[in-house]
Design a protein around this ligand. Structure first.
Ligand code: ADP
Length: 253
C-alpha cells in the first residue's frame, strides 16, 4: 500500500502545488454541482410548457368542441410552443458563448432604420397588451455592431419591458450617440426590480421572486444572454430600477 500525502502546509513548491490541486478539485466539484442544477432547472422549464401543450392538444382533439373553443386551445398551444422555442434558442446561444464558437459580425449601419425595423417587429405584441411603444433616435447616427445580435438584445429588453408592465403603460426605446459610442435604452413604467436583487438579474436562471415568475412566465435566461451578447461586442449594460415605478436598461456599444 502506497500513500502520498502532500505537505500542503509547507511553503515550498510542492506545498503550493498541493494547494492549487485542492483548489482545482473544489472548483471542479462546484462546476459539476452548478451544471447539474442548471440541467435540472432547464428540464423543469421545458417540461412545464410541454405538459400544457399535451393537455391542450388532447382537449383540442375532442369531437364535441365548437370551432371557437378549438381555436382558443390551438392559440394557447401556439403560444406555449413559441415560448419553448425562445428558451431553446437562448440555450443554444449560451452553449455557443461557452464554447467560444460564437461570432460577432460587426458592420456599420444607421440607427433610424434599425429602430424602425424593431418597432415593426414588436408592435403587434405591444398592441396586444395595449402598451404604448415610443421610439426615439435624436439624430440618425451610425452604429458599429452585429445588427442581428443587437436586434436580439433590444428585442429581449423590450420583451421584458412588456412582460413586467401593466396594460396601458408606456415603454420608451431611445438611441443616441455619446463619445463615439452608441447608447440604446429601454425604459418601462412596470413593476421594477428590488434594489438588493439588481446585481443578480444578469445571472443565469435568476428570477426575482418565484411568485413573480409564476405570474409573468419567463425562465431567467434572457438577461444573461443579453449581457453576454453585449460583452461579446465589447460593450456594457446598466440598469436603473425603482420598485413599483419602472426600470431602464441602457446598453453602450
Ligand atoms: P425572465 O425570463 O424570468 O424574464 P430574465 O433573465 O429576462 O428572465 O430576467 C431576470 C429577472 O429580472 C426576471 O425574472 C424579472 O424578475 C427581472 N426583470 C427583468 N427585466 C425586468 C423589467 N423590465 N422590469 C421588472 N423586472 C425585470
Amino acid at each position: 500500500d502506497f500513500k502520498v500525502t502532500l505537505p500542503y502546509a509547507s511553503k515550498d513548491e510542492l506545498g503550493e502545488l498541493a494547494v492549487a490541486i485542492q483548489k482545482l478539485a473544489k472548483d471542479l466539484e462546484r462546476l459539476k454541482k452548478e451544471r447539474n442544477e442548471f440541467l435540472a432547472s432547464i428540464s423543469h422549464e421545458l417540461s412545464t410548457p410541454l405538459t400544457y401543450l399535451i393537455g391542450y392538444a388532447k382537449v383540442a382533439m375532442r369531437k364535441d368542441l365548437n370551432e371557437k373553443e378549438r381555436d382558443r386551445y390551438l392559440s394557447i398551444i401556439a403560444e406555449e410552443a413559441d415560448g419553448m422555442k425562445d428558451l431553446v434558442k437562448d440555450l443554444l446561444d449560451l452553449a455557443r458563448i461557452d464554447e467560444n464558437s460564437f461570432t460577432v459580425n460587426k458592420e456599420y449601419f444607421w440607427s433610424q432604420p434599425f429602430l424602425d425595423n424593431i418597432y415593426k417587429l414588436v408592435e403587434p405584441s405591444f398592441l396586444n397588451k395595449e402598451l404604448k411603444l415610443k421610439t426615439e433616435s435624436k439624430k440618425n447616427f451610425q452604429i458599429y455592431a452585429d445588427p442581428l445580435r443587437l436586434q436580439q438584445i433590444v428585442i429581449n429588453l423590450l420583451d421584458n419591458a412588456m412582460k413586467y408592465s401593466d396594460y396601458g403603460k408606456e415603454v420608451r426605446l431611445e438611441a443616441y450617440s455619446l463619445n463615439g459610442r452608441a447608447v440604446i435604452s429601454v425604459s418601462d413604467e412596470g413593476i421594477g426590480i428590488p434594489s438588493d436583487e439588481i446585481e443578480f438579474i444578469f445571472d443565469r436562471l435568476y428570477r426575482v421572486e418565484k411568485s413573480r415568475s409564476r405570474t409573468y412566465g419567463g425562465s431567467g435566461i434572457g438577461l444573461s444572454v443579453v449581457k453576454e451578447l453585449v460583452e461579446a461586442h465589447g460593450g456594457t449594460i446598466e440598469v436603473e430600477s425603482k420598485l413599483g415605478k419602472g426600470s431602464t436598461f441602457k446598453i453602450m456599444i
